[in-house]
Design a protein around this ligand. Structure first.
Ligand code: NI
Length: 398
C-alpha cells in the first residue's frame, strides 16, 4: 500500500534530524576543501549515501558524487543538486568548529548545501517504497571555478533526468524565507584577457616609444561607454577590469600591458553584443594609439534562467513548508552560478534559501571571512527539497 506524505511530515522529519544534520554541517565546515580538491568531503558524502541504501557513483567529473534512489519505477527522475567546494579565505568567525585547514574556508555555505542535500537523501530513502519514481542527488565539485557542472554534465549525468532543482543560501535573507523569480535570475559570466603592445623605451623620451600604458588607460575608460551609451539603461550589464599588469619601473615605458576583466549580463543577445563591441573598441582604441591589441574573449557560463513551471512547483512546495508570505520575489544579481548549465539542458529552477543569523551580530555576506549562518535554515531547506522532489516524482506521468 502506498502511503501519502504531506508537508507537515517532511518538516517534522527534517526537524527531528536537526542534530544529525548540524553535526554533518559542522564537520564539513571544519574541514573545507578547495575546488577540485574535495576528496574528504566527497568520501563523507558517499559514505552517508551508502548508509541510506542509495546506489552511489563517485569520481564523476572530478570529485563529484551521485546518489540514485530508485522508488517503485525508474522514471520519472527528479534531480537535486548541491555544491561541495570551499574558498581560499582565512576564516575569522571565531566559531568553535572553524576551519582547521589554514587559508581555506566554507565562506559561501556549500557545506550548508551539501548537508541539506544529504538530509533530503536520507528522508526520501526512508519512504522509498512509497515513491512512484526516482530521485537523483547530485553533489557537485568545483562550483567556485565554474567548472564542476560542465565536467559532470559531460559524463552524461543529465541524460535520464526529467527535472532538476538547485539552491544557494543567502545570509542577507531572513531564515525561514526563500526568494526566487521567473526567467533570468543570475548573470552570465565571461572573461576577457587582452594585451596591448607598443614599443618600450625611456620614460623621459616618450617620442621614441609607443606607450601601451597610455593606450591601456584610454581603452579601460573607453569600453565603459558600451554600458553607458550602447545598452538600454533598463538592461543590467557590467564590464569590470580586475587586473592590469605592465611596467617594471617609474622611468621606463614598457612594451606591453596585460589586462583581464569580466563581463556580466542577464540577456544572451546583450552578452553577444558586448563581446562584439569590446573586441572592436579595444582593437580600435589600441590602433589609434599606434599599439596592437591581442584579445582573448572566453564565454564561461550563460545567464541563469529559471523555467516558469518549475518556479511554480518550487513556490508551491516552499509555501507549504514556510507559508506563502515567506516566498518572496528575488532581485536579479549579476554574480554567476554554474547551475545554469543544468538548466540549459533540463527544466528546473534555482532559488535563494534565507540563512540570516539571528545572533544580533552584523551580517557578513557570501565570500566574507566573517560569513556565518543560522543553522536552523538547514532543516528548513531539507524540508523544502524533500517536499518538492516527492511532489514532482508523484506528478510527472511517464
Ligand atoms: Ni556559492
Amino acid at each position: 500500500m502506498i502511503i501519502l506524505f504531506d508537508s507537515t511530515y517532511f518538516l517534522t522529519r527534517s526537524q527531528d534530524l536537526s542534530q544529525y544534520l548540524i553535526s554533518i554541517y559542522r564537520d564539513i565546515h571544519k574541514f573545507p576543501e578547495l575546488s577540485l580538491e574535495e576528496k574528504r568531503t566527497s568520501s563523507k558524502v558517499a559514505e552517508e549515501l551508502k548508509k541510506f541504501g542509495l546506489k552511489v557513483r563517485e569520481r564523476v567529473g572530478g570529485y563529484g558524487v551521485i546518489g540514485h534512489l530508485k522508488g517503485g519505477k525508474e522514471k520519472p527522475i527528479i534531480a537535486l543538486r548541491a555544491d561541495m567546494d570551499a574558498l581560499p579565505i582565512e576564516e575569522e568567525t571565531g566559531l568553535p568548529f572553524s576551519s582547521q585547514n589554514p587559508g581555506v574556508m566554507h565562506a559561501c555555505g556549500h557545506d550548508v548545501h551539501t548537508t541539506i542535500l544529504l538530509g533530503a537523501a536520507r528522508i526520501l530513502s526512508e519512504i522509498k517504497e512509497h515513491l512512484p519514481g526516482s530521485a537523483e542527488f547530485i553533489f557537485q565539485p568545483a562550483e567556485e571555478t565554474s567548472s564542476g557542472a560542465k565536467a559532470m554534465i559531460s559524463e552524461g549525468i543529465l541524460d535520464e533526468v526529467d527535472e532538476i532543482y538547485g539552491f544557494h543560501n543567502l545570509p542577507t535573507l531572513e531564515t525561514g524565507k526563500i526568494a526566487i523569480k521567473y526567467g533570468a535570475m543570475m548573470g552570465s559570466v565571461d572573461k576577457i584577457e587582452f594585451s596591448v603592445t607598443g614599443r618600450g623605451g625611456h620614460g623621459a623620451i616618450p617620442d621614441m616609444s609607443i606607450d601601451p600604458i597610455v593606450a591601456s588607460s584610454a581603452i579601460i575608460s573607453g569600453i565603459q561607454s558600451i554600458i553607458s551609451r550602447e545598452i538600454s539603461p533598463f538592461e543590467p550589464a557590467v564590464i569590470t577590469i580586475g587586473s592590469i599588469n605592465g611596467g617594471s619601473s617609474y622611468n621606463i615605458i614598457p612594451s606591453e600591458v596585460r589586462i583581464e576583466g569580466t563581463v556580466r549580463t542577464l540577456d544572451s543577445e546583450i552578452r553577444r553584443k558586448i563581446e562584439e563591441r569590446l573586441k572592436e573598441l579595444i582593437g580600435g582604441i589600441a590602433s589609434s594609439y599606434r599599439c596592437l591589441a591581442m584579445i582573448n574573449y572566453i564565454n564561461m557560463i550563460p545567464p541563469l534562467v529559471n523555467w516558469d513551471n518549475n518556479v511554480d512547483y518550487l513556490k508551491r512546495a516552499a509555501s507549504e513548508i514556510l507559508g506563502e508570505e515567506n516566498c518572496i520575489e528575488a532581485k536579479p544579481i549579476l554574480t554567476g552560478e554554474d547551475f545554469t548549465l543544468y538548466l540549459e539542458k533540463k527544466p528546473g529552477c534555482f532559488f535563494w534559501l534565507g540563512s540570516k543569523p539571528t545572533d544580533g551580530k552584523e551580517v557578513s555576506g557570501l565570500h566574507s571571512p566573517k560569513y556565518r549562518i543560522d543553522e536552523s535554515c538547514i532543516p528548513l531547506g531539507t524540508a523544502i527539497l524533500t517536499k518538492l522532489a516527492y511532489t514532482r516524482i508523484g506528478n510527472i506521468s511517464t
